[in-house]
Design a protein around this ligand. Structure first.
Ligand SMILES: [Zn+2]
Length: 368
């Protein structure tokens, strides 16, 4: 059988409020694996909200009462959905921008009608873990453990080790939570969670939590966009890989979740221009060179150096698309002393020369 390979147009543009750029690749993966499934990642604010929720819980309460944590977490999860849905109703009614895919919506949206009629509602009635008609979600940690924990762990924002008690990472999770905290009325949010009583007016005063307000939260956006190298890599590699093969990138996902390999990935991402030696990468992971090489290859599907070069070229693509740097300058910033060495590497990975790529980044290349 003759097989012809080709390049697909990568999903550089994604609609909606997907500030992490995860929606398009996830949509592609989901649609390929499970046709018809809802794309659960399209409420990008959860990536900020959940780390913030756990972080700000820590600022307010003792950390040793798990039942208390779960109870407050669930109330907050419900409140978050109610805020977004209410905001959708009072603004443009375009659910896409606000609350159309929020967790627990099926049970919580009908409750909004009661608020409209002037009633108030108890969050605990929906947040309950008991099997009642109003329970918003079965999973104890709601949407976090059902949909987002794995991705947040892959992005190094939250920790994957604990299941019963969600943790944010010191490195990224704390920063993100603090930045999110600067633009939302966090104190008021917790007062309402604590008071266990919500009115329509409460939802309106908390509307800054709605996903549509992400663009107005500059610190949050910046934190997500600029300093989160891991997630940029995740998104870029996912895009590139999907563009190249359309297949599910098991290797990268597994490597991101492999805490023993993580130090080597971090080093390469932080200083892609460095002339990394196997020795240094292996010792950062506390492994012998052989063990490291074998494990890396098994997990990522390529050698550390092939990975490094590929990562450099993803950065190069972005620089060519978005900056005015000369081709030689781009190469230099990634550790290539000559333009020809850089162009050669670029062509091998991307399939065409840097100048041609810069002229039309989105062009499909049929031959490698
Ligand atoms: Zn909104």
């Amino acid at each position: 059988m003759k097989l012809t390979t080709g390049w697909l147009k990568p999903p550089y543009a994604s609609t909606g409020i997907d500030h992490l750029g995860t929606q398009a690749p996830c949509g592609m993966i989901y649609s390929q694996l499970l046709p018809g499934i809802t794309n659960v990642t399209d409420r990008a604010r959860y990536y900020s909200f959940y780390p913030w929720l756990v972080w700000s819980y820590d600022q307010r309460y003792l950390k040793d009462d798990h039942a208390h944590f779960v109870e407050r977490f669930r109330r907050a999860d419900c409140l978050f959905t109610l805020i977004a849905e209410r905001h959708s109703q009072v603004s443009d009614q375009e659910g896409e921008q606000h609350g159309i895919a929020m967790v627990g919506r099926i049970k919580l949206v009908p409750a909004l009608a009661r608020l409209k009629a002037g009633e108030s509602l108890r969050l605990s009635q929906y947040a309950t873990t008991e099997n009642t008609a109003d329970r918003y979600f079965v999973n104890r940690l709601g949407g976090l453990s059902q949909y987002y924990a794995g991705t947040l762990a892959n992005l190094l924002i939250m920790e994957s080790s604990t299941t019963s008690w969600a943790r944010y990472s010191e490195e990224y999770g704390t920063l993100l939570a603090q930045n999110f905290d600067t633009d939302i009325p966090g104190k008021r949010f917790w007062e309402i969670v604590e008071g266990d009583k919500v009115t329509q007016a409460n939802l309106d005063e908390l509307s800054e939590f709605c996903a549509c307000n992400i663009p107005s939260s500059r610190a949050e956006c910046q934190q997500l966009a600029s300093s989160q190298i891991a997630q940029l890599m995740f998104v870029e590699l996912l895009r590139a890989h999907l563009a190249a093969s359309g297949a599910f990138p098991v290797g990268w996902l597994r490597a991101l979740g492999d805490s023993r390999l993580a130090p080597s990935l971090r080093l390469m991402h932080q200083a892609p221009e460095r002339d990394w030696k196997l020795e240094a990468l292996a010792s950062a992971c506390a492994m012998s060179r052989t063990t490291f090489s074998v494990r890396f290859k098994a997990s990522v599907g390529r050698t550390p150096f092939a990975y490094l070069i590929e990562w450099r070229m993803r950065l190069a693509e972005r620089a060519l698309r978005e900056s005015d740097l000369s081709v030689a300058g781009v190469g230099q910033s990634l550790g290539y002393t000559s333009e020809s060495a850089f162009s050669h590497a670029f062509k091998r990975v991307v399939g065409r020369a840097p100048r041609s790529y810069r002229a039309s980044p989105d062009a499909c290349v049929t031959e490698k």
